[in-house]
Every structure is written in C-alpha cells, then in structure tokens.
Design a protein around this ligand. Structure first.
Ligand SMILES: Cc1cc2nc3c(=O)[nH]c(=O)nc-3n(C[C@H](O)[C@H](O)[C@H](O)COP(=O)(O)OP(=O)(O)OC[C@H]3O[C@@H](n4cnc5c(N)ncnc54)[C@H](O)[C@@H]3O)c2cc1C
Length: 302
C-alpha cells in the first residue's frame, strides 16, 4: 500500500512528488498525458522565482527530474475511479487498482475557450487565457479582453498599465464584476464594448485583429489588436470527484490553504482548488502544503 497517491503531474503534482520523496513517503504520481500539465501549453514563463526566463516544456522537464530525484515514482495512467474509505483508499486507473493511505488531487483546470475559428492555432500567438502570465509580452500593444466578470475586469485594468490600448468586450449591457471593479474600469482608459461577441480572428502568423458583432443589431466591426485575452472562466477537472468531495458553485474543490478537502485523507492542490490566483507558483506551493498535511494525517490517523 502507498502512503500517497498524487493524481496529476502538473506543477502541483510534481512539487508534491518532490516533497513526498524527500519525506521518504512511498508515493506514486499518476498522470494521464504528459508531465507538466498546462505548463506544456506555455511558450514563455518569466514569473517563476529563481528562473529568469524559460519555456513551459523546459520547466516541466526540470520539475519532473526534481519530482523523481528523491524516489517518487510516476506512472502514465488515467485515473477513472476512486474509493475514499478509511483506512484504505483505492485509486482505479485504466490499467489497475492501487491502494493508498492518502490521495492528493492535482488534476488542474483548463481555460474555457470562445469557440471561434482559428482560436486554437493562435493560442500563444496573440490569443491568451492568462493576462497575468502573458500581459508582459504585450507592452505598448493594442489588446482586448473578453468577458464581464471579476477576472475579465481585473485583467483589463492590469493590462491598461502595460498596453497602449485596452478594449473590454462583453456580450451583455452590464458587467458581472464586483461594483468596485466596475467603477474602476469605467473610470479608466479601458474602452468597454457592450453587447458584443468576437466572431472572427484575423492573423498573419500572429493575431492582427478581430471582428466583433453586436448581438442586438448583428452589425460587425473590425478592430486591430495584437493580443486577445479570453477571460470567460475555466473548467476544473473535477469530473472524477464531483460526487465525492465538496465543490463550490464554479465546480472547484472546496479546500483552504491547508489543502484539506471534505474527505479525511484526501487533499486538493493547484488549480483544481478554490483559490484566488491560479499560477505555477501557487500550484507548486499547494503541492508542498498538501504533502505536509498528508504526512501529518498518516502519522496521526492512518
Ligand atoms: C496558456 C497558459 C499559459 C500560462 N502561463 C503561465 C505563466 O506564464 N506563469 C504561471 O505561473 N502560470 C501560467 N499559467 C497557469 C499555470 O499553468 C497553472 O496555474 C498550473 O499549470 C496549474 O498547475 P496544476 O498542477 O494545478 O494543474 P495542471 O497544470 O492543469 O495539471 C494537471 C494535470 O493533471 C492531469 N490529469 C487530469 N485528470 C487526470 C486523471 N483523471 N488522471 C490522471 N491525470 C489527470 C492532467 O493531464 C494534467 O497534466 C498558464 C496557463 C495557461 C493555460
């Protein structure tokens, strides 16, 4: 029986693997795809302390090496079921069943897309789903943010300090963001375009502009932008646990800084957890904390 099974090999899972290995806990990471998670879709990373500039795949490779350096094993299998009874929990994968004392859920999330043609091919070439990650690459450029919630408005305000011009495009006639954010954005130099959605992306290697269509009048207008920041939510990978652990309204696992879920011995780390900021560094921090808590649980309960 394992001490810890970590589900997901993104930065949360890899950091947890490294901490568990150093704590000499018998640990297995199960990853359905490849190590690195969302980092593998990231061209440039320049906000992970100690590493001035790298690519997502490069950082994934180094984190993987670090994760297995102290003895943690990683298997490339998709987890399809869980039994979270006390004292032995079972993790069912496409190829077998593992028994473990504790589980760390680190299955991450993915950004919700607009569903416009060329969106996928321009991801990383003008289309971004993370203003904090990619905003720095659009200094003095013209950009648009899509959405009307807190994230979209915060992103627009953040980008207005970097970019030459920021549009906020929203499909309704009012924003959903907190009042204070609405006041700030409406008083700023961000230009809000109401009742509109993006209907086309224009490009020459990278994004050069978008067509927006007014949903009331059907009138289409082109605007020249080099960056499009899509902030219409993200989808947590909680399908596996939706009937097991408590989730919040957006589908994220309810777990505080201790990473403890509503089930004893089951912890949530990284983007899958309810939190304010979803980044590599916060995912890695959760990985460390969840192992610390799992170790305490094993010593006292398991
Ligand atoms: C385009 C883009 C650019 C970004 N740029 C930056 C940046 O520059 N700086 C920054 O700090 N952050 C950036 N982020 C955010 C950062 O990548 C995430 O916050 C971070 O990857 C979250 O880590 P995680 O380990 O929680 O989840 P993820 O990275 O999502 O990893 C989860 C892993 O779990 C696996 N998994 C899911 N379900 C199962 C299952 N059932 N069985 C087995 N495995 C499973 C997945 O395959 C995946 O590998 C970016 C995100 C995106 C999308």
């Amino acid at each position: 029986m394992k001490d810890i099974i970590i589900i997901g090999g993104g930065p949360a899972g890899l950091s947890a693997a490294m901490y568990a290995g150093r704590a000499q806990l018998d640990t297995l990471v199960l990853e359905r795809q490849f190590q690195g998670g969302q980092m593998m879709n990231t061209n440039e990373v320049e906000n992970y302390p100690g590493i001035l500039e790298t690519t997502g795949p490069e950082l994934s490779g180094v984190m993987y090496e670090h994760a297995v350096k102290f003895g943690t094993k990683m298997a490339f299998e998709e987890v399809i079921g869980l039994e979270v009874d006390y004292p032995i929990k079972k993790v069912i994968t496409t190829t077998g069943v593992y028994e473990t004392k504790t589980i760390i859920l680190a299955m991450g999330a993915k950004p919700r897309q607009l569903g416009v043609e060329k969106e996928q091919e321009l991801w990383g070439r003008g289309v971004s789903y993370c203003a904090i990650c990619d905003g720095g690459f659009f200094r003095d450029k013209e950009v648009a943010v899509i959405g009307g919630g807190d994230t979209a408005v915060e992103d627009a305000l953040y980008l207005s300090r970097l970019a030459k011009k920021v549009y906020l495009i929203h499909r309704r006639d009012q924003l959903r963001a907190a009042q204070i954010l609405q006041q700030r954005v409406l008083a700023s130099n961000v230009e809000v375009i109401w009742d509109s959605k993006v209907t086309k992306l224009y490009s020459e290697q990278t994004l050069t502009g978008v067509e927006i269509t007014n949903i009331n009048t059907n009138e289409a207008t082109d605007i020249d932008i080099q960056g499009l920041f899509v902030a219409v939510g993200s989808i947590p990978a909680t399908g596996l646990v939706k009937d097991l652990v408590e989730l919040n309204e957006q589908g994220y696992i309810v777990a505080g800084e201790s990473c403890e879920t509503s089930i004893n011995g089951v912890f949530a780390a990284g983007d899958i957890r309810q939190k304010e900021l979803r980044q590599i560094i916060t995912a890695a921090a959760d990985g460390a904390i969840s192992v610390y808590q799992a170790e305490k649980y094993i010593l006292t309960r398991a």
